[in-house]
Design a binder for this molecule. Sequence first.
Ligand code: XUL
Ligand code: CO
Length: 461
Amino acid sequence: MSELFDFPKVEFIGGAKGLDFEASKGFNFYNPEEKFTINGETKSMKDWLKFSVAYWHTMDQRMVDPFGDGTAERPWDVNGEDDMSDLEHAKSKVKYMFEFMDKLGVEYFAFHDRDLAPEGKTLAETNANLDAVVDLIEAEMKRTGKKLLWNTSSLFTNKRFLAGGATTPFADVFAYAGAQIKHSLEIAKRLNSESYVFWGGREGYESLLNTDTKRELDHIAAFFKMAKAYANEIGYTGQFLLEPKPKEPTAHQYDTDVQTTIAFLYTYGLQDDFKLNLEGNHAYLAGHTYEHEARFAREAGLLGSLDANMGDKQTGWDIDEFPNDIYEATLVMYEFIKNGGLPTGGLNFDSKVRRASFKPEDLFYAHMAGMDVYAAGFRVATKMIEDNFLENIYKDRYSSFDSGIGADFEAGKANFADFENYILNKTSDEIFATVKSGRLEAIKATLNNYIYSVLGSTFNK
Ligand code: XUL
Ligand code: CO
C-alpha cells in the first residue's frame, strides 16, 4: 500500500535530537517497549498506557466553531470537503485511520456509531450503512492487530434527540435510542470492544419548568439495566462506563461529576455494572481538577478509563485541547498507578487540534505531544510512588489516629463521652500544640523537583 500520510513512523528518540519537538519527529518520553512494574506486575509502557485515537476528532473533526467554517485540510478530502453523507466516502476513510494509528504506534481507537457512516431514512438503513463501515474496520483490525478501546452511540447529534435519548419525554425517541444502543452493543461484541461508554450527551435539562426530573432519572436507570441485560444476553462482557460532564450541551447534565454519578449508580443499584470514564476538560467545567475526579473515582473502585484532554481556563468551554500540562499529567498518573492501571480502559485522546492547526501533520504532532506528556507524567508518578513521597505525607499528617484516642476512635472503641473525658480539661495551647503545619509550599516545591529530576535524567540520557 502506498503511503497515505506524508509523515515518518514515530519512534522513541529520548532527547537525542535536541529540544525542537517538530524537527525531531520522535517521542522524548514515550518509549513503548520500556518495562515498568506496578504492584508487582511488569508490563511495557504501551501496555500500561493504552493510548487510543478518537475517530470523531481525528477523522471527522473539521474544526468548525460557532463563528466560522471548518479549517481542516485532510488527505481524504474530495474537493476540499469531507462529505460524510456519502457512504462510499465514509468507507474510504477507514484505511487512513489505520495508517495513522500505525505510524503513531497507537494500538487502540474509539468511535461513536455516527462517526463512521451516514444515517439513512430508517434505523434499518442506518444500521446497514454502519455495518458496511464496521466490516472494513473489522478487516483492518484483523490485518493490523489494532484493538477497540471503546465504542458508543450518539444519542445527541440527530434532531430527534433534542431533549435527550434515554431521558427524552417522547416514547418513540426513547424506543429509537434503545434500538440504536442494541445495535451498538452488537458491534461492541463483534469487535471485542474492551469497554462500552455512555456519555449523557443531552441527558439533562435546560429548565426545571418543563422537566420531570424524577421520571427522566427513573427512565435512564431502567435504560441502563436494559442495556446490561442485552449485553448479558449476547455475551458481551466489556466494561460499561459512564462519562461525567456538568453542562454543555444542556444547562445541567445529570452525570455532573464523579461524586454525583456515583450517587446515581448507588441510588439505582447500578454500581456493580458500571465504572467511570473521566475527561480532563469535563473536570474543569465541573469546577474540579482532573486529578480530583480521578481520586474520587479510584477510591470508590470505579476508575474505568480516561479521556485524555484538557480545557482552557479563559474560554470555559469544552474545547477538548490535546493535553500538554505536565503537572496535571503527573497527578492524574499518580491516581492511575495507585489504581493499578486501567485493565479495561486506557488513555483516549478525546482531543482536537486547534482551529489554526489545520495541516495533516498537526494531527501527528498533537497526538505525539499528548502521548509524550502522559508518558512523562507516568515516569514522574512512578518515581514518586516508589519513594512513598505522598504516602509519607499522608501517614505523618494523620499519625495522631495511630495511637491513643485517635486509634480508639478508628477501632470503634470511643464515643462522645470518652472524647469529653479525654479533652475537657486540656488547655487550648495543649491542643494546638498537636496541630502540624500542612507544609503545602514545601510539598509543591518537592513535587516540582520530582518533575525536574525524573524528566531531566530521561531527556538527557
Ligand atoms: C463530549 C465527550 C464525548 C464522549 C463520548 O464532551 O466527551 O465525546 O467522550 O461520547
Ligand atoms: Co469524552
